[in-house]
Design a protein around this ligand. Structure first.
Ligand code: SAM
Length: 360
């Protein structure tokens, strides 16, 4: 994956040819319909990132014909989601990412795909299928819920977390770690004597390291320079504690807004070239094109093919990104539209109040 880099003018290649089909991509609107069919109408290589939570297997009945999630067997649910992801791979730019929040369900009968009381391992089945089709699985994030739903089960533990997967199409997918770094918790005194492990820095590996073991060269270097880590803050890691959201409308499976801020900041570029669509990158305080583009830009775009109550759209607007939603159930489309408009109006009111205060 490419991370924030400082591109010098001479290192920039020329802006690639524009893709006229991409201009047809609808923006900042909700398309009503089935995710798979509607994705088929969208232009290829046009979306910067996808953040979505498809219906979990047999956990919610959205009471609408064509809904995903109520298939007879968990493998049928996996097959339908694989088809949706095939279409997502087509509409995503090669630099794009897919964030999938997907919980599991317990079987009640062997016909669903596992013995009664067993987890169906639906997310694992899907991820294995996607990996086999060339998707690169970059992270399995634990969404830890400090306020989980209480359960009356007595012979197993209550479920208090859900996975969020990050998948990409290419090793050079866009990812801005600097946009989501967090303050370091501790400050360390400069190291005068290298700690035991430091002799293995600079590319040298300890004898016990297996061929796939990671390296902490960067951290060792920072410590040797007296810093506790990266000067812009630490990597937030893959356990995110976020309280579940209570949405006042009639939708009962909504994302908390805090859960999707990081995915959007890290993988939906603030700006993309208006012609070739490539992401702009930060060099210090400055945002600049990746290529020698002509300067015209537009915000990066996030797609949610299961938009529900519109959380992805609300967060995208708050962060200045464009968005596109697909939702099957017209009542939810209406609910999401009202929610997005109300949030927009609240933001405009804050801006107007601030301007009035500054004029005084
Ligand atoms: C888990 S909810 C998504 C909630 C959303 N993340 C939010 O914050 O509100 C899944 C949504 O997928 C919708 N859905 C179900 N089957 C669908 C299909 N075939 N195509 C598009 N949307 C579908 C449901 O109506 C539901 O709103």
């Amino acid at each position: 994956m490419s991370t924030d880099t400082t591109a010098t003018a001479s290192s920039l290649r020329y802006c690639r040819r524009s893709n006229p089909a991409r201009a047809r991509l609808p923006r900042n609107q909700i398309l009503i319909g089935d995710a798979l069919n509607t994705l088929g109408t969208l232009p290829s290589a046009s979306v910067d990132t996808v953040v979505t939570s498809p219906p979990y297997y047999r956990l919610r009945d959205y009471q609408i014909h064509g809904q995903l999630g109520m298939e007879d067997r968990v493998d049928d649910w996996v097959d339908r989601l694989v088809s949706v992801c095939d279409e997502l791979a087509r509409v995503m730019k090669p630099t794009g990412s897919l964030w999938l929040n997907l919980g599991d369900s317990y079987s009640r009968h062997p016909r669903f795909g596992a013995p009664p009381k067993s987890l169906l391992l639906g997310p694992e089945r899907l991820l294995l299928a996607l990996s086999g089709r060339g998707w690169i699985v970059r992270n399995k994030i634990v969404w830890a819920k400090p306020n989980p739903m209480p359960a009356s089960v007595r012979d197993r533990l209550n479920t208090t977390w859900e996975p969020m997967f990050l998948l990409v199409l290419s090793p050079r997918a866009y990812f801005s770690l600097n946009a989501i770094r967090e303050p370091h918790r501790s400050t360390r005194a400069p190291i005068t004597k290298p700690p035991t492990g430091i002799k293995y820095g600079g590319g040298k590996r300890p004898p016990w390291a297996g061929p796939l073991a990671g390296s902490n060269d960067g951290l060792l270097k920072a410590r040797a320079e007296g810093r506790s880590g990266h000067r812009l803050g630490k990597n937030p890691g893959d356990v995110w504690t976020v309280a579940t959201a209570k949405f006042p409308g009639h939708h009962f499976a909504t994302f908390p807004t805090a859960l999707i801020e990081r995915p959007l900041k890290a993988t939906c570029p603030e700006r993309v070239c208006g012609s070739c669509g490539s992401p702009w990158r930060r060099s210090g305080q400055r945002l600049q094109p990746s290529f020698r583009c002509n300067g015209a830009w537009r915000p990066g775009l996030v797609l949610d093919p299961f938009l529900g109550s519109g959380t992805t759209a609300v967060v995208a607007e708050r962060l200045g990104r464009d968005w596109l939603g697909i939702e099957l159930k017209p009542e939810y489309v209406e609910m999401a539209t009202e929610r997005i408009q109300a949030d927009r109006a609240r933001r405009e009111e804050v801006i107007n109040n601030n301007e009035r205060r500054n004029e005084k």
